[in-house]
Design a protein around this ligand. Sequence first.
Ligand code: COA
Length: 371
Amino acid sequence: MSPRYAHITGWGMAVPEKRLTNKDLEKMVETSDDWIVSRTGIRERRIASADQSTATLAVDAALRALAVANLHPGDLDLIIVSTSSPEYIFPATACLVQDQIGAKKAGAFDLLAACTGFIYALQLAAQMIKADSINNALVIGAETLSRVVDWNDRNTCILFGDGAGAFVLQASEEPGGVLTAVLRSDGSGGDLLALPGGGSRHPASMQTIHDGLHYIHMNGREVFRFATRVMSEATLETVEAARLTMNDVQLIIPHQANIRIIEAAARGLDFPMERVMVNLDRYGNTSTASIPIATCEAIEQGRLKPGDRAVFVAFGAGLTWGAALAQWSGPLPSRKRVRPARYRWLARMRSLLARLRRMIEGLIWGRGKTI
Ligand code: COA
């Protein structure tokens, strides 16, 4: 059998319209635009409106990515949603996406590796394609961290924003696509960045709410130290795994947490900042969504072209970190024109019919039992 490659053939992003600037934050907590810009590089972030959620942003990003790939949702074999702010504890946000885009033959699940989640999801989907288990996958990073941030805590509320980004991955015999990846973790640092409430250790109660356990808790200084150490290490490891050097890499697309962390990583690699994608000034830290969002903007700005090699690198809660190296390709050639946005309506109809069928079957089954 000839080798199979997992190409990134579609990409899409979705961010809420509402902007929250540093000036707005000055009215909410004791902080200043100067402090936030000099310590993080962030100037504003997007905040989901009441009718937006992790799933709605994920669906918008997914349909855009499918449009670029020119792929029908019905042809998807797998949907992975990486998120730390899922719609519910269960069902998985990925299943909501599957239903809302009408991906009728796709398996769907959520993955939690915090801000590193998109790298984990990318590698998982790529490996399934390379192993010939599937042909087409949708990988989404989506967050509404504004819903779990304590807006009275200046240590955290200045950092995070909402958004989603998606990649379509497709099998091809042409060399390229996701080449290598490294995935790492160190659970001994789990307490440095956590949302402790609402799980099995601290089930939701009046007490957990009183204690603020349903909010993000962070030791910023320790996370900073950890991040500056692992970003350059992981980047080098994934590039060396492909038997390449940093000279073979055209662009680094890092997790957008803090400009000082990104600059330290670039310094550690002796890599010019002009070849590092940065857009955290406009979106803040959108966690696992930050890499696909930054990728969409890099393409829009002409900074990532077919044939280029890019490294995606991230760190986050867990602790987790990782990097992936990809050779950029673009959409696979296709004759038919697919307009995935239209499938949203069809998906809604299909979903309604499935619910109706279950209701009728339930009635018939119920009557059968009483006879
Ligand atoms: N506005 C003004 N002052 C603030 C502030 C804010 N929003 N947040 C903290 N401060 C204060 C602190 O209270 C501290 O005051 P003190 O010296 O009187 O105690 C001072 O500023 C310095 O705090 P410190 O924590 O040392 O600042 P820092 O330079 O490390 O920057 C972070 C803080 C959070 C920006 C930085 O540590 C960071 O980015 N860490 C990584 C966090 C991260 O990326 N998390 C997500 C991981 S995916």
